[in-house]
Design a protein around this ligand. Structure first.
Ligand code: NAG
Ligand code: NAG
Ligand code: NAG
Length: 201
């Protein structure tokens, strides 16, 4: 069974990845640290659900989720990790920034993540319409609260419990307007900054 829900509470509060029994890092893999390889830079697809504006597919390296007070400041996203090795036995979701980052949060930074049950076939534009079949009723959800973290200088890493490993993993990100409120999160992602999937290595 999925253990995604156990991640939920811890993502917002833990300040470091906690996993049982860290394995020894493999010498030949520079990304493998303390038995974990962090896969940064998921494919980010922008989803626009404006009332009267047609959706246009677009991808980005930037984590940018917002819902302000006007319709032109609303954006959801889908984050996709592909090619997760079948040898991965433990996977967990987290985020990190180094000192050298471009990161801003306006007002509230609570983002909710819904686990998609799959990913549209390659070559399909990722839009609200094409992901609808994968957005199941009662989908598992998690939240990450970015509020106030942009002002914290220096590197910090946030992680939590385990998620089920699948060869492709996709999450729908939206501004949480119920527990959070209006606001936006913008974080430029690269090899060391942004969302990551940590896998056993
Ligand atoms: C933005 O927030 C409003 C007010 O809570 C909500 O009705 C709307 O569905 C939200 N839009 C998106 C795309 O999340
Ligand atoms: C994907 O979106 C682009 C840009 O809007 C469009 O030109 C293209 O036809 C779309 N592809 C499919 C398979 O729908
Ligand atoms: C998130 O998951 C919890 C636990 O299953 C559920 O009670 C809650 O309604 C979900 N939240 C949303 C916004 O779907």
């Amino acid at each position: 069974m999925h253990s995604f829900l156990t991640v939920i509470g811890s993502l917002a509060t833990l300040s470091s990845i906690t996993l049982a029994a860290p394995l020894k890092a493999r010498q030949d893999d520079p990304q493998c640290i303390d038995g974990l390889k962090k896969i940064f830079m998921p494919e980010m697809h922008n989803i626009h659900i404006y009332e009267d504006v047609p959706e246009f597919p677009s991808t980005s390296t930037i984590l940018n989720v917002m819902n302000g007070s006007s319709s032109n400041s609303v954006q959801d996203q889908v984050a996709v990790w592909s090619n997760i090795p079948s040898t991965a036995t433990q996977c967990s979701l987290g985020w990190a920034v180094t000192e050298d980052r471009s990161f801003s949060v306006y007002d509230n930074g609570l983002i909710r993540f819904f686990e998609l049950s799959g990913v549209p076939p390659a070559g399909t534009n990722i839009t609200a319409e094409t992901i609808a079949p994968f957005m199941e009723e009662g989908a598992k959800n998690a939240s990450i609260d970015f509020t106030f973290w942009a002002e914290q200088t220096g590197a910090h890493t946030h992680g939590g419990g385990l998620v089920d490993c699948k060869s492709e993993m996709a999450f729908y990100l939206t501004k949480d307007m119920v527990s959070g409120g209006p606001g936006s999160v913008t974080l430029e992602q690269n090899a060391q900054n942004g969302l990551f999937l940590a896998i056993d290595c």
